[in-house]
Design a protein around this ligand. Sequence first.
Ligand code: CP3
Length: 349
Amino acid sequence: MTETSKPTKPFLRALAKETLSPPPIWLMRQAGRYLPEYREVREQAGGFLDLCYTPKLAVEVTLQPLRRYGFDAAILFSDILVLPHALGRTVAFKEGEGPVLDPIKDENDINFLKVDAIEKNLAPVFETVRGLSEAIPETTALIGFAGAPWTVATYMLEGGSSKDFATAKDWMFSRPAAFGKLMDTLVEATTRYLIAQIDNGAEAIQIFDTWAGVLPAAYFRQWVIGPIGEITRRIHSQRPGIPVIGFPKGAGVLYESFVKETGVDGVGLDASVPIRWAARTLQPHCAVQGNLDPLLLVAGGAAMENAVREIREAFESGPFIFNLGHGIVPQTSPDNVASLVKMVRKPLA
Ligand code: CP3
């Protein structure tokens, strides 16, 4: 798409601030363990990272949910942790344990991060993006993604998932210069990674800041709004016309500053965000995306149906993309996903 041409795919039209009824729909983690056909390919691939780095298989698992449900967008199958891997850190996914990384110990480890290796080390991911842009249906949009610098930094500093982020916060609060150097490196690496995804066919970008909500407000402004704003501005200036969605999970009232100060085209809302407040406060500035609780998708039935109707009604008079408030969980029934898509595509009574 060129800068001047208007998008025709519903997902991209919503990001260009069009109001659509019914709204476009895709779901975070729409490819994954809740689908039996995913588990089959995953077993064939061996490790999770092998799956991410084998374009033929990564393309296949990206397409699986599109075949079942006809979503309006496909999201590249990969993970936010391929970036630290490409920068030279050790990353492993252990069964039932989640990700394990060798934690960054000192400033020397930060100096050794290989930003110039991004394009070469992530070549299989770019090949997947190219394969997908040929394989997806004409009305489906292709989303590229990366983790936000703060969320990726937590995994690099903690060595994996964390309950309290004590180590990452200790760097942030007590070693601000070294922490700042890591964040600057991640802004640079993430921008280069996303630009390469765009150059291989990604039509929109989502930046996942899963752990945005654990920071005090002043630090949220500096280390969530700051880096995501910088990456967004660089994408807008280097690849005009490519929309950026920010997902600062758990941001609460700071969602308002996030939207106004980063310049994102769309904002992902977690399930705790009050929908009428978001419609009033955020939707005049950008497209909103969300925010059904993933456990309501597990529950199904009347509880899900009521929540879906309330969300649709709240956002019906502005740009809106239906999604969950976080990723699909493995115990979700594929039939409930089919019912959800049907509900979202039904005219509002
Ligand atoms: O369908 C899609 O949404 C695209 C693929 C995608 C994955 N991870 C695949 C994946 C995306 C966009 C992500 C993003 C991601 N990865 C985030 C940000 C969004 C979020 O969910 O908060 C984070 C924090 C990660 C890091 C990560 N990856 C963790 C903590 C785990 C282990 C927990 C788990 O669910 O197993 C992963 C593994 C992972 N990434 C899986 C998938 C499908 C499961 C791996 C498997 O098949 O065993």
